[in-house]
Design a protein around this ligand. Structure first.
Ligand code: WQD
Length: 340
């Protein structure tokens, strides 16, 4: 069995990816210092897969501590690196925390990958690297724009660091640019756990619907789009998770060195904020208490993916619809409300 190290394995996309890796025959080790996630994810993973995952509670900026994982496990085939801070607003207030955490951990991990001869490396990137694109849908060749936040800058820098490392050392690397991951595993044993007041649309919708938040705002209705609200490419987290398994299998099969490939992970469908709300209301039967407010600073008007490359090269099939995304997100929110 091939062993994969998943960093940020207790986080939202990390936990869903661990489930998918196990279901596809990989052995998984997690590393997560639980600074932005919960060990409950490990129970959820066990509930779904029947497997107990070992998690190293280690801060990856501490290279010495991280090295222990490689000493304990001599045959790590690949690394999927999710662990990072991801709050856009917080990154503007605390840029050095973001550079320290997201960049130092990446550099340490790549140094260890080189030192311990781990061949395959997958990096969590983001559509945020495209900034405000001139044309949509964006392909992997669409020129990157200046990052709108220190968080976005860490993703752009991260991509460069991975590319340069792959050029210099015998690694096979993949950059996965996520669009807007939403929803929860259909078992409802794992899902998203936003910290504090949710900044992202779908948790804001579900928390308002359940009554955790009194109301929510649609940020702007005067954009040049079909209903005046912003357009995004929402994608089910399980579709994103499976793309990691496929990317890893592709990397292992191709067995290239000095390579760095880039894939967009989106559905290719642009959905407005108001359409997302309508889809939620339809599947939940709940009338959402929202109001139209002013635009949010820094928001991109419209972005969605051209995902042909991931479909053709990885054999990726998107399984979940917008309704599935909303239904599972809602079931997850309701399960949190019932939890002791
Ligand atoms: C989606 C749409 C909001 C909340 C973030 C990160 C980005 C990338 C993807 C990871 C926008 C609107 C939201 C609310 C609203 N992440 N909205 N009311 O803006 O695409 O970007 O996720 O790398 O870096 O910034 O996602 O979920 O915040 O917003 O109207 O209460 O929903 O204006 O149009 P976004 P989001």
């Amino acid at each position: 069995m091939q062993t994969i190290l998943v960093t940020g394995g207790c986080g939202y996309i990390g936990a869903h990816t661990i489930v998918d890796l196990i279901e596809n025959g990989f052995e998984v080790i997690a590393v997560d210092n639980l600074s932005r996630s919960s060990a409950h994810s490990l129970q959820g993973i066990e509930k779904i897969t029947g497997k107990k995952i070992k998690n190293y509670n280690i801060d990856l900026t501490d290279k010495k501590a991280a090295e222990q994982i490689f000493i304990d496990h001599k045959n790590i085939t690949g690394i999927i690196h999710f662990a990072a801070y991801k709050a856009v607003g917080e990154s503007v207030e605390k840029p050095l925390d973001y550079y320290q955490n997201n960049i130092f951990s990446l550099v340490s991990l790549l140094q260890l990958a080189v030192q311990y001869d781990t061949k395959h490396f997958i990096f969590s990137s983001s559509c945020t690297v495209y900034g405000n694109p001139d044309t949509i849908p964006v392909t992997e060749q669409t020129p990157l724009q200046q990052a709108a936040s220190p968080y976005g800058a860490t993703k752009q820098m991260g991509e460069t660091i991975v590319q340069d490392t792959a050029t210099a050392y015998p690694l096979s690397t993949i950059l996965l640019r996520y669009f807007n991951p939403v929803g929860a595993h259909p078992s409802i044993a794992i899902g998203e756990l936003p910290i504090g007041r949710p900044q992202n649309l779908v948790p804001a919708i579900t928390q308002t619907a359940i009554g955790k938040l009194p109301t929510m705002q649609v940020f702007g209705s005067d954009y040049d789009t079909r209903d005046g609200s912003c357009i995004r490419d929402y994608i089910h987290v399980c579709d994103i998770a499976h793309a990691h398994t496929l990317a890893l299998q592709h990397s292992i099969k191709a067995n290239k060195v000095n390579s760095c490939e880039v894939f967009n992970l989106g559905t290719g469908n642009g959905i407005t904020v108001l359409e997302a709300i309508q889809a939620f209301e339809k599947v939940s039967g709940v009338k959402l208490n929202y109001e139209v407010g002013p635009r949010r600073a820094g928001d991109i008007v419209a972005i969605y993916a051209n995902n042909n490359y991931a479909i053709d090269k990885l054999g990726w099939n998107i399984k979940y619809s917008l309704e599935d995304m909303m239904r599972t997100a809602w079931e997850w929110e309701k399960s949190l409300a019932k939890a002791p």
